[in-house]
Design a protein around this ligand. Structure first.
Ligand code: PEP
Length: 249
């Protein structure tokens, strides 16, 4: 039995007053949540602050990125051990915004996956096709290729205790979510793809859906058997909406 995970990706948004407001709202709304894990990933400069705000809560602290190195001359980068030291455990990698704006490729993202595993952190690997790839019928091939980069480097067992977020790029921040049936079909494909190599890894891996999830469409998405929660961008910045998504899971 998989426990769903709803994770908020704050992206490049926030300030200390905003973080205080949002976390106060979330801890109030989500005090007695059972049956669903909840995580938030603020910008890295606020991690320490948010970690202290979350001290008495079971909300998990996450981060939005990591470098492939643990230390050295890599100006501006943040290591897995640094994230771990400030209490972050679930780290988003491969988000389409990093693939697009920072030209991150599958091999580089697989190296990030590797360093997170080595440091005992949980990778949240984002995968998904663009609109053009979707229209060309390449959704499954793109998802398989993005997953296979990790399998090629580390083997399928590396997916034990990890999270995959299926995020069709055309649905991120557009208000145009995949339908529950569309998302389920891709989630099942992803699980079957892993199962061809290792059935037990495939059964336990958490596969979140991401792309314009909100308090209106979440419940129906979560009825699907292979959708194990959500990675939420825009709606994670409002305590009421994010709490409603968590409750729907
Ligand atoms: C995301 O950033 O991962 C995301 C899914 O954003 P949104 O929910 O705003 O589409």
């Amino acid at each position: 039995m998989r426990k769903p995970l709803v994770m908020g990706n704050w992206k490049l948004n926030g300030s200390k007053p905003m973080a205080l407001d949002l976390v106060t709202g979330l801890t109030k709304h989500l005090a007695n949540i059972e049956g669903c894990d909840v995580a938030i990933a603020p910008p890295v400069v606020y991690l320490d602050y948010v970690q202290k705000l979350l001290a008495d809560s079971n909300i998990i602290l996450g981060a939005q990125n990591v470098d492939t190195h643990l230390s050295g001359a890599y100006t501006g980068d943040i290591s897995a051990d640094m994230l771990k030291e400030v209490g972050a455990t679930h780290i988003i990698i491969g988000h389409s915004e990093r693939r697009t704006y920072h030209k991150e490729c599958d091999k580089f993202i697989a190296e990030k996956f590797a360093i997170l595993k080595e440091s005992g952190l949980v990778p949240v690997l984002c995968i998904g096709e663009t609109e053009a790839e979707n229209e060309a019928g390449q959704t499954e091939a793109v998802c398989a290729k993005q997953i296979d980069a990790v399998i090629d480097l580390l083997g399928v067992k590396a997916f034990n205790n990890t999270v995959i977020a299926y995020e069709p790029v055309w649905a991120i921040g557009t208000g145009k979510s995949a339908t529950p049936a569309q998302a389920q079909a891709v989630h099942k494909f992803i699980r079957d793809h892993l199962a061809k190599l290792d059935a037990s890894v495939a059964q336990q891996v958490i596969i979140q859906y991401g792309g314009s999830v909100n308090d209106k469409n979440a419940a129906e998405l979560f009825t699907q058997p292979d959708i194990d929660g959500a990675l939420v961008g825009g709606a994670s910045l409002k305590a009421d909406a994010f709490a409603a998504i968590v409750k729907a899971a």
